[in-house]
Design a protein around this ligand. Structure first.
Ligand code: LLP
Length: 391
C-alpha cells in the first residue's frame, strides 16, 4: 500500500484507485493482474518443477483465471460450476484437478466425460462411486487419494482441514480398504496420485513437514502396488499477512515452505503438484466502498459504508482483520467501527480501528481482499453483488 500524490495505489506498479470511482455506483473489487503475475512467478521460481493448480475458489474472476492460465497454471476446482468457469476461461480438462468432499453423481459423470486430469477422492464411498460410474461409462478415471494425516497447522478452526475430526480426506488406517477398492475397479480406476491439504492461512510449517513425511512413506508403499502412482499433490494453504504488506517477508516464508517441501519430497521423482489460492491473489485485490454515514453514539463512532458482510464475509466469519485506508490521504485520524448496511451486528469490517479521518462520500479500500472476497459474496438483504475491475 502506498499513497502517491495523496492517492492510494495498488500493487507493485502502484496503480491509483481513486480514478476508478469517477462513476461510482456500488462497491468494487479491484484486482491487479500484474501483481497476480508477480506472485505466480515468485511461487514457480521457489518450487521449480512443481505444477501449480490455482485453487480458483479463492477468486474465480475470469480475467484472473485467464491471466493464471496464460502464465502456465492449472486449476484446482471443487464443483461443476468451477469446472465450467475454468473451461470458459481457457483451461482444458487436462489442466484441472477436481477436489471436494461432496461430488454428486452428475458432477462425477461430467468430469469423467470431459476427461478431467485428476480427481482427488475424499472418501471410500466416493471412490466406489467413481469406480462404478467410470465402469458403466467405459472410462478409466485418474484418481488421487486425499489423505488426512491428523495434523494441526495452528490456523483458525474454520479453515483447518487436516485433523481427524475434519470432514476432509481419508484416514491413513483406511488405506487397506482403498487398495481393495482400487483393485476391484482396476478396469475403471487408475491410481495416479496422493494428495494432502492441511488447511488455509498456514504461516508455520512444522506440522506440514510432519505430514509430508508421513505421506511420503504411504506414497512409497502404495507405489509398490500401483506403478501408475506418479503424482504427489501437497495442497495449498500458504498464508499471507493481513496486518502489513511485506512482499519480501512473504517470499522468504515461501522459500522456507518450498525448501521443506522439496527437501522432503524431492527424491520421490514424481510429479509434484500444489494448489495455492490465497497466496497468489490475496494481496492483489482490494474492495472499494463509499462512506454513507459517520454515526456517533454515546459508546462509539461508526463509519457506515455501502459494502457489508454480504460483499466480504471474512471479518464476520473468521474475525479476520483487513487493513482499511481512505483512498485520499488524510492528515487527521479517527477511531471507529467500520460497518456495513446489513441487519446483523456481525456485519463489521473493523472494530475500534484507528484510520484516516473520513466523512460521508469518501471512499475507503478494504485491503487484501483478492482471495475469498467476491467468491464468498452473497445476496443477503438483497443487496447487489459488488462490481469487479481488473487493472
Ligand atoms: N486446496 C484445497 C483442497 C482447499 O480446500 C483449499 C482451500 C485450497 C487448496 C486453497 O487454500 P489457500 O491456498 O487459498 O489457503 N474462506 C477462507 C479460506 C477457505 C479455504 C478453503 N480451501 C478464508 O477466507 O480464509
Amino acid at each position: 500500500m502506498e499513497y502517491i500524490n495523496n492517492e492510494l495505489c495498488l500493487g507493485p506498479l502502484k496503480k491509483p484507485l481513486l480514478p476508478l470511482c469517477a462513476n461510482y455506483m456500488r462497491p468494487i473489487y479491484v484486482y491487479d493482474l500484474d501483481f497476480v503475475a508477480q506472485r505466480y512467478q515468485a511461487m514457480t521460481k521457489a518450487l521449480p518443477g512443481t505444477r501449480v493448480f490455482y485453487a480458483m475458489k479463492a477468486n474465480p474472476n475470469v480475467e484472473v483465471l485467464q491471466k493464471l492460465k496464460h502464465l502456465g497454471a492449472g486449476a484446482d476446482v471443487v464443483s461443476l460450476g468451477e469446472i465450467k468457469r475454468a473451461l470458459e476461461s481457457g483451461f482444458s480438462p487436462q489442466d484441472i484437478v477436481y477436489s471436494g468432499v461432496g461430488k454428486t453423481r452428475h458432477e462425477i459423470s461430467e468430469a469423467l466425460t470431459l476427461g478431467i486430469y485428476q480427481i482427488n477422492v475424499e472418501s471410500l464411498p466416493e471412490l466406489e462411486r467413481i469406480g462404478a460410474m467410470a465402469r458403466s461409462l467405459g472410462k478409466r478415471a485418474s484418481v488421487a487419494l486425499r489423505l488426512n494425516p491428523d495434523i494441526d497447522i495452528k490456523t483458525h478452526p474454520y479453515i483447518a482441514t487436516g485433523l481427524k475430526d475434519n470432514k476432509f480426506g481419508m484416514e491413513l488406517s483406511l488405506i487397506p480398504d482403498l487398495v481393495k477398492c482400487l483393485q476391484t475397479y482396476s478396469d475403471s480406476l487408475e491410481l495416479v496420485g496422493i494428495s494432502l491439504h492441511l488447511g488455509s492461512q498456514m504461516l508455520e510449517f512444522s506440522g506440514y513437514q510432519e505430514a509430508l513425511k508421513r505421506l511420503k512413506t504411504v506414497y512409497v508403499d502404495l507405489q509398490k502396488k500401483f506403478d501408475t502412482l506418479t503424482r504427489f499433490d501437497f495442497g495449498g494453504g500458504l498464508g499471507i499477512f493481513y496486518d502489513r504488506l511485506d512482499v519480501e517477508l512473504e517470499e522468504s516464508l515461501l522459500k522456507d515452505y518450498a525448501n521443506i517441501t522439496l527437501e522432503t519430497l524431492g527424491d520421490l521423482q514424481c510429479e509434484l503438484q500444489t494448489e495455492p489460492g490465497r497466496w497468489l491473489v490475496g494481496h492483489c485485490g482490494t474492495l472499494i466502498a463509499q462512506v454513507q454515514y459517520v454515526k456517533k453514539t454515546s459508546a462509539k463512532t461508526f463509519v457506515i459504508v455501502d459494502a457489508g458482510m454480504n460483499h466480504l464475509i471474512r471479518p464476520s466469519l473468521y474475525e479476520a482483520e483487513h487493513l482499511i485506508f481512505p483512498l485520499k490521504k488524510t492528515m487527521e485520524v479517527m477511531k471507529a467501527d467500520i460497518v456495513g448496511p446489513i441487519c446483523e451486528s456481525s456485519d463489521f469490517f473493523a472494530k475500534e480501528r484507528t484510520l484516516g479521518k473520513v466523512q460521508e462520500g469518501d471512499f475507503v479500500a478494504i485491503m487484501d481482499s483478492g482471495a475469498y472476497g467476491y467468491s464468498m459474496a452473497s445476496l443477503y438483504n438483497l443487496q447487489e453483488l459488488p462490481l469487479e475491475i481488473c487493472l
